[in-house]
Design a protein around this ligand. Structure first.
Ligand code: MN
Length: 235
């Protein structure tokens, strides 16, 4: 069979040290820092035993913006919010059967820092009606992402922090020790719902301090000491 039109290109993320990471799917985790859950009006679990199930949603693979390219202010919103997040990149297909923690961690080949851009007004309206978040979360250019850094070059992840500055003012800063569900735990939970494969990205959730972006704003997102992403919102 012949394609009826040229197949769209697979989004690719540069990897430090060489090569590119072809993106298959983007999974996102909601409410994964207690301080952010509280600022969004949700209860934060008091202990691991009380955390229930993680909140998952998706963005389309072609929402990725790489290389610090400009991010167009999206249509349909008056309240575009930033959420700085650790991003885990899977370089192996998950085996069949239940994953243990080390097996889950072994799927990750690289990390980066990204923004889960959110049309907060649309997400809020959907939440209020018990409707899906798709229009608030899964829009064009909604996933700016840094270059990916191989796990061997990241070193100990748990002690790292995330920082986001807008126009040189720090808006968000959080420690990965405060994640409610860590990377292997999230991969284990996702693997119960989806067949995870090489090319999957996981946006791990944001710490407190989410706020509005305006056209002209410059952002610097950082997985501190590992990798940085700079860009601008353009109107
Ligand atoms: Mn998020």
């Amino acid at each position: 069979m012949t394609d009826l039109f040229p197949a769209p290109p697979v989004p690719r993320v540069p990897v430090r040290g060489g090569g590119a990471f072809p993106v298959r799917r983007i999974f996102c985790v909601g409410r994964n820092f207690a301080d952010h859950a509280r600022e969004m009006g949700a209860a934060a679990p008091a202990s691991k035993a009380e955390r229930g199930q993680p909140v998952f949603f998706h963005k389309p693979a072609d929402a990725i913006v790489t290389g610090g390219a400009d991010v167009p202010y999206p249509p349909g919103t008056r309240d575009l919010h930033h959420e700085v997040e650790l991003v885990a990149a899977l370089g192996h297909d998950a085996p069949t059967g239940e994953l243990d923690g080390p097996g889950a961690q072994a799927l990750v080949i690289a990390y980066g820092v990204g923004l889960d851009l959110t049309r907060r007004d649309l997400q809020g309206a959907a939440k209020a009606k018990g409707l899906p978040w798709d229009t608030g979360k899964g829009f064009d250019y909604s996933a700016p992402l840094s270059d990916l850094v191989p796990v061997a070059d990241v070193g100990e992840l748990a002690s790292r922090t995330l920082t986001l500055a807008i126009n040189d003012e720090v808006r968000q800063h959080g420690a990965l020790t405060d994640l409610i569900w860590d990377v292997p735990e999230i991969i284990q939970e996702l693997s119960k719902l989806y067949a995870l494969k090489a090319g999957d990205l996981i946006f791990m959730g944001t710490p407190a301090g989410v706020a509005a972006l305006q056209p002209g704003d410059r952002f610097t997102a950082s997985l501190d000491g590992v990798v940085e992403l700079q860009g601008a919102i353009v109107g």
